[in-house]
Design a protein around this ligand. Structure first.
Ligand SMILES: O=C(O)[C@H](CS(=O)(=O)O)OP(=O)(O)O
Ligand SMILES: [Mg+2]
Length: 264
């Protein structure tokens, strides 16, 4: 347990120094989508600087798969929707992802020694990495709406809360959950006990999830204002600890590459 963790919550626009540890939070939807991509077999995700860069990368690597937010677009194979992605077979594939907020947030801290990307679906696994590292200072990059997106702020605060509390999970994280091809929604199960008994993980998470469910992003996704969406997107973004792995991004040959990550 880290009792003295100093947590900073910053919008992307206020990231001016290189943090020692960064947790980049995008619940709706970039890092929920990224977690689903790994669950569907993706080997790695390259976080692209722009749509032009994403298309240039897939042009140079014909086997790579391009994904962006918004409506379906020429040259892009996937949209930024967990509901649409959960039935894709991405076995062994490299995904190039470009979104409005999430990928931009990770690129803003690309020189940090440790960059974790997170949403509620990997909250406990992310907190576990922070607990295991015993970090004294952690910068949470709240990506949406210049730091005001309540789904992202709530998730960041929840992960910080979990990181400084006891590890109450029974699960052993051994790597990405594998979705059964052709059976969307069937996974190896949540990483934590999410029963609603008083004091349980779900009980503690409930106020944070309620804030996220009432956020502007949730409302816009539910009412069809945001394009490239599936009716299940909000519910999928609010699934606590759906996956047992965290996600870490590192610079590889000048590219910011996201991979599943578990603490040792
Ligand atoms: O796809 C999303 O939900 C958003 C884009 S927008 O806010 O709907 O225009 O991107 P993200 O970077 O995942 O927040
Ligand atoms: Mg977002």
């Amino acid at each position: 347990m880290i009792t003295g963790m100093d947590a900073h919550f910053l919008p992307i626009s206020r990231v001016r120094q290189v943090p020692s540890v960064a947790v980049v939070v995008d619940v709706m939807r970039a890092y929920t989508v990224a977690a689903w991509a790994f669950a569907r077999g993706a080997e790695k995700i390259v976080l692209a600087e722009s749509t032009a860069d994403a298309l240039a990368l897939t042009g140079r690597h014909p086997g790579w798969v391009a994904l962006k937010d918004g409506p379906p677009a020429p040259g892009f194979d996937l949209v930024n929707s967990p509901g649409l992605l959960r039935s894709a077979d991405l076995s062994g594939r490299t995904v190039v992802q470009k979104t409005t907020a999430g990928t931009v947030g990770a690129l803003a801290v690309k020189h940090a020694p440790l960059v974790l990307c997170a949403g509620f679906v990997v909250a406990e696994a992310t907190a576990r990495v922070l607990r295991a590292g015993g970090y004294e200072e952690v910068t949470f990059v709240v990506t949406g709406e210049d730091g005001r997106a309540d789904e992202d702020l709530a998730c960041a605060e929840y992960i910080a809360h979990r990181a400084t509390g006891p590890d109450t999970t029974a699960a052993t994280a051994t790597g990405p959950a594998t979705e059964t091809a052709g059976a969307p929604g069937a996974t190896t199960g949540p990483a934590t006990d999410t029963t609603t008994a008083p004091g349980s993980t779900a009980d503690r998470a409930a106020p944070y999830l309620r804030r996220a469910a009432a956020s502007r992003a949730a409302v816009e996704l539910a009412t069809g204002i945001r394009e490239g969406a599936h009716a299940d997107d909000v519910a999928l973004c609010l699934e606590l600890d759906r996956f047992p792995f965290a996600m870490a991004a590192t610079l590889e040959d000048g590219l910011m590459v996201l991979r599943p990550h578990t603490p040792h």
